[in-house]
Ligand binder design. Sequence first.
Ligand code: DQA
Length: 142
Amino acid sequence: KTILVLHGPNLNMLGRREPHIYGATTLAEINEALEQRGKAAGVEVICIQSNHEGVLVDAVQTHGWTASGIIINPGALTHYGLSLRDALAMVSAPIIEVHLSNVYQREAFRHTSVVAPIARGQITGLGWRGYLLALEWLLAEL
Ligand code: DQA
């Protein structure tokens, strides 16, 4: 079984990017934690980050059909990435939307998610542990 983890634009800069908002943990550390947790449960975790929406669409088309679940932090694409949303809508695996920061406490443009209507659930504001909580839910549901 595989679980697909997608990270959108600028998340490759975690650790250096506005750490007071997004925390000091790097993307490599987050991915490592997810891969280790998956391994312990006998599940392969595939982690992909891109600054380009089309690359994320490609990743959904390539891995989304066979994945048992998708964890996605779409970054700013959350708020306007309609081709990414359409790609996610094609696949039947449950999708969990994760945000490091609490988007509802921030600028108004972050309050709208085009992904949320097709996501099974959303975790926002719990920092890097939000990804692990999403993975725990998927592992329990599988
Ligand atoms: C984010 C919130 C988005 O509004 C922002 O554009 C990001 C990161 C988060 O994880 O809190 O890039 O998805």
